[in-house]
Ligand binder design. Structure first.
Ligand code: SF4
Length: 335
């Protein structure tokens, strides 16, 4: 079904033109003199039960977007809709209820777990905060959660330093599941793990999704992991989505020149399969002063004069395949 035909009422989450600019202050009065444009007008949606992958180089704004969705930071502009309601005006009581529905798994399982608390406390804490005050009740639930993520009863009294990286990430997953959330934001959740452990945690996330009907926003710079786990994938460059499509068509036929370059640089498992690497000229421009028009024009191999003058909108160029490029679809033959 084309994106335009999907009713908004079916979205679990929607971001509408979300912007996050961080002011840079200077002078003796510390007035704002410039701003870092971390996220600049991002609109996307996530359907219940799906995994939306979000990829891009470091500093493109993908983790900031995840934090804005959870309201760990406030957007500068735009709106975030969860289950049909804007969450930006929520008061403390409403936010507390929302925290049950949306959780996050962080990249570094070690620094995201309190080293002074044991597993029973770490996983049980959200339950306590949300009203499960009876200790035995909490511990029963923690035990069930540990079993769900493949840990054992004896792990309950251990501390984070007594676990391997993969086990620590399982503790992070158990904590995220504690309140039966609908949406989990996985922010580089497997990036710090060894390849074999990474596979185990990804399989665990997929099994849990099937069992509990979870929805994931999977943020990663690792393109192969994102391809494996995602139903749809959004590609970000300098605070904007430049391409969004279902995983298969994006990986098979990437249309945006930036996505083509990203995928050409991704390692392939077969050493005999040589693919042509696209080397982009220059560095990623500063988000303080992003290029005019298409933000990618300073590095794009196909850039023309119009690219620096006209900002391309993200539009559907093929069914379910959105691209932000001025030359598409009419100029596609040239790319
Ligand atoms: Fe390249 Fe121009 Fe398309 Fe931007 S709009 S991706 S610069 S061809």
């Amino acid at each position: 079904m084309s994106d335009a035909k999907i009713s908004r009422s079916t979205f679990l989450l929607e971001t509408r033109e979300v912007v996050k600019h961080y002011p840079i202050r200077g002078g003796i009065f510390l007035r704002p003199v410039a701003s870092v444009k971390a996220v600049d007008g991002v609109s996307l949606y996530i359907l219940p039960g799906e995994t939306l992958g979000l990829v891009g180089e470091s500093g493109c704004g993908k983790s900031t977007l995840g934090r804005l969705i959870l309201r760990l930071e406030e957007p500068t502009a735009g709106d975030i809709i969860f289950q049909g309601k804007s969450i930006l005006g929520y008061d403390l009581r409403q936010m507390r209820a929302l925290r049950q529905e949306m959780q996050i798994i962080f990249q570094d399982p070690f620094s995201s777990l309190n080293p002074r608390k044991n597993v029973a406390h770490i996983v049980g804490e959200p339950l306590f905060i949300h009203g499960m005050t009876e200790r035995h009740e909490r511990e029963d639930r923690v035990l069930k959660l540990l079993e769900v993520v493949g840990l054992k009863r004896e792990h309950m009294r251990r501390y984070p330093h007594q676990f391997s990286g993969g086990q620590r990430q399982r503790i992070g997953v158990a904590r995220a599941l504690a309140l039966n959330p609908k949406l989990i934001i996985c922010d580089e959740a497997v990036s710090a793990l060894d390849v074999s452990i990474r596979g185990q945690v990804i399989n665990l996330l997929q099994d849990l999704q099937e069992e509990f009907g979870l929805t994931y926003l999977f943020i990663s710079h690792d393109l192969s992991v994102v391809e494996h786990i995602s139903d749809r994938v959004a590609v970000m460059y300098l605070g904007k989505i430049v391409e969004l499509a279902d995983s298969q068509s994006l990986y098979k036929v990437p249309l945006h020149p930036y996505t083509q370059a990203l995928l050409s640089a991704a390692p392939v498992p077969d050493p005999k399969w040589k693919k042509k690497r696209i080397v982009l000229p220059g560095d990623v421009p500063s988000p303080i002063n992003p290029p005019s028009g298409c933000r990618f024009h300073t590095r794009c191999l196909y850039a023309r004069d119009i690219c620096s003058q006209q900002e391309p909108a993200l539009k559907e160029v093929k069914e379910n395949h959105l691209v932000a490029c001025t030359l598409m679809p009419s100029g596609m033959e040239g790319l």
